[in-house]
Design a binder for this molecule. Structure first.
Ligand SMILES: CC(C)(COP(=O)(O)OP(=O)(O)OC[C@H]1O[C@@H](n2cnc3c(N)ncnc32)[C@H](O)[C@@H]1OP(=O)(O)O)[C@@H](O)C(=O)NCCC(=O)NCCS
Length: 247
């Protein structure tokens, strides 16, 4: 059973202290910062990316998305490099069976991470030997929310959603969605994670800025669920596995 170790939320800055092995840390990365202009190849982080990452940035249609991707990968690399005693460029990833990026690290090292981004905000969750899944979304009305709930949520969730006042549905939907995504991402199973197979419910009491247990279901499928408002107008859910469940 996972314990109740509360995740800490900090900004990703050069001065930020690295996470210790006994903590769960979520770094907030501002993807908008940096030089003006659209050429992401001029960002300092570009030098740290590998050929595959650079090709991926260049395939993105909008330069703005390329810049966000480069900044996010750069932050991830520098953060993980700091944990491994390596440079950002030396950090290497492999992809798990369900598509989840995994850190390549020396035997005995058991850092786990997961990344999420929405517009100009990224979150990087890191823990020692605990599997993680994190999802952030900007709160906004989703036109097909009711239809998505009918398709991907459980019967109890559909019933709860129908009872909500229309004014509450947009945020409740986004919160329910991030809860599902966090579990699916912790499992690392991608689309095979069928959200209909587990229940998270929506979350109606206002979330705090820092991570607090998701209510009314703080644990789902053995994953401890935490919810926060990492930036005004955004909600995030973090799913944390038990110590030693890092695979
Ligand atoms: C693929 C998927 C993980 C992408 O998530 P997303 O919400 O579009 O994007 P996010 O910003 O949260 O996460 C993207 C990051 O997740 C990571 N990621 C990619 N595949 C992953 C996987 N299979 N498992 C965990 N993390 C994954 C990557 O680091 C990626 O960052 P990158 O784009 O910079 O490479 C996820 O959406 C998915 O497959 N979901 C299944 C659909 C579903 O059933 N959802 C339930 C909702 S009710």
């Amino acid at each position: 059973m996972p314990d109740d170790l509360a995740p800490a939320l900090t900004d990703h800055l050069a001065t930020a202290s690295p996470p210790g092995r006994g903590e769960i840390r979520v770094f907030r990365v501002d993807l908008s910062a940096g030089p003006e202009g659209d050429d992401f190849r001029r960002l300092a982080e570009w030098a740290d990316l590998d050929a595959e990452e650079r090709a991926r940035a260049e395939r993105l249609v909008r330069p703005r998305d390329g810049r966000r991707f480069v900044r996010c990968r750069g932050a991830l690399r520098s953060l993980l490099g700091g944990l491994l005693g390596a440079t950002a460029a030396e950090v290497a990833f492999r992809v798990g069976p369900g598509g989840k990026p995994i850190l390549v690290q020396p035997g005995g090292s058991r850092w786990r991470f997961n990344v999420t981004h929405s517009d100009e905000l990224a979150l990087i969750a890191v823990a020692w030997d605990r599997e993680l899944g994190v999802d952030v979304e900007r709160v906004r009305p989703i036109q097909q929310a009711a239809r998505i709930v009918e398709s991907y949520f459980t019967a109890a969730e559909v019933a709860e959603f129908r009872k909500l006042a229309e004014a509450d549905q947009a945020e409740a939907f986004i919160r329910g969605w991030t809860r599902k995504e966090a579990v699916v991402k912790a499992q690392g199973v991608g689309l095979a994670g069928l959200a209909t197979e587990f229940e998270t419910l929506f979350g109606l009491a206002p979330p705090g800025e820092s991570f607090r247990p998701c209510l009314p279901m703080p644990e789902v499928l053995g994953w401890r669920l935490w919810e926060a408002t990492p930036r005004p107008g955004h909600v995030a859910t973090l799913a944390v596995g038990p110590h030693g469940g890092g695979g």
